[in-house]
Ligand binder design. Structure first.
Ligand code: AHM
Ligand code: MG
Length: 332
């Protein structure tokens, strides 16, 4: 055998290995991650076909099979729901696309877990072939009724059992954590399997000095936020990278290090990104990779949600850079 061969580990095998390390595991949790991965493969297939929409049919029209062609974000939302609703593992679902919690239909059994997801984040990037992603967050049900409620969805990020994202980029990757490190899997489309490609991901130290923010909002920022960015690009010696697609920006930050920011501003005091579907899951991943996540003042994972779609300012990335941002923001 050549010396440099590495084992091929599928996501399914990896999840089983993780499950065996927990003596109380029932397999439900492994199944949920497996179902999300299945949905991700179906979304990935459609995302890869997006450029052919003009040739094969447009949203609202019919495809060659006579089926209605859906917009990709509607399709992704649907696929995730249909992968999770009937399994008997879920108490309630919540999606960035739906105003209220999504109940499990009466005809299906329910379980103990709550899954919140942003089915296709950054979907305005689809038309220009820029990477997009799916984000998910898993909690345990805390109410005592059989079916989950809004209260089960409104838990702080620190109580997440797992969080992850799928990046539909030059390859499709699934990155997740269950609170014992972060692991990344790359989809091999020829065999339809996610293969372990990035075990134990940690933000590099020393990190690359890069900040990531939409600087077009500069005039709307607080003076402290303006001073922070002035410092980073001046004396701080930072470079700048901003894709405008959260999953891609966070993925780069995990692999290279840096500081991702989506602050509040004069028009949008809490910024744009949502606590439950974007902030909390990304914060858990970044912290599990050795980084830090803040809303500018306090750890993002400690923020108690009060509504399903509430927004939150985000400062995520290499710990010293997030601390630097907090110091600047503390000075009014
Ligand atoms: P969406 O949920 O409408 O897709 O918007 C979320 C996206 C994120 O992926 C990204 O970080 C952000 O919007 C970019 O916003 P902006 O264009 O204001 O910089
Ligand atoms: Mg989104």
């Amino acid at each position: 055998m050549p010396e440099n061969t590495t084992s091929v580990i599928t996501l399914a095998r990896f999840l089983l290995g993780e499950e065996r390390r927990h003596s109380h595991a029932t397999g439900a949790f492994t199944n949920i991650l497996h179902d999300i991965a299945l949905a991700a493969k179906m979304i990935s297939r459609e995302v890869n076909m997006a450029g052919l929409v003009d040739i094969l049919g447009q949203a609202g029209s019919h495809n060659v099979h006579g089926e209605l062609v859906q917009k990709l974000d509607v399709f992704a939302n649907d696929v995730l729901y249909r992968a999770l609703d009937h399994t008997g593992h879920i108490a309630v679902l919540a999606s960035e696309e739906s105003e209220d919690p999504i109940p499990i239909p009466d005809k299906f059994p329910v379980g103990d877990y709550v899954v919140l997801y942003d089915p296709l984040d950054g979907s305005s990037n689809i038309d220009v072939n820029v990477s997009i992603g799916t984000i998910f967050s898993i909690h345990r049900k805390i109410t005592h009724g059989e079916r989950g409620t809004l209260e089960d969805c409104l838990q702080p990020g620190s109580r997440q059992l797992a969080a992850g994202y799928v990046l539909y980029g030059s390859s499709t990757m699934l990155v997740y954590t269950t609170g014992t490190g972060v692991h990344g899997f790359t989809l091999d489309p020829s065999i339809g399997e996610f293969l372990l490609s990035h075990p134990h991901m940690t933000i590099p130290d020393p990190p690359t000095k890069v900040y990531s923010i939409n600087e077009a909002y500069y005039n709307r920022w607080s003076p402290a936020q303006q001073r922070l960015v002035q410092y980073l690009k001046g004396e701080g010696g930072f470079g700048s990278r901003y894709i405008g697609s959260l999953v891609a920006d966070i993925h780069r930050t995990l692999l290279r290090g840096g500081l991702f920011m989506y602050p509040g501003d004069r028009l949008n005091p809490l910024g744009k990104l949502r606590l439950l579907y974007e902030g909390a899951p990304m914060a858990m991943i970044v912290e599990q990779a050795g980084g830090k996540a803040s809303d500018g003042v306090r750890p993002l994972l400690e923020v108690q949600p009060t509504s399903l779609h509430q927004r939150i300012p985000m400062f995520l990335g290499s710990a010293p850079f997030v601390e630097l941002a907090e110091r600047f923001l503390a000075e009014s």
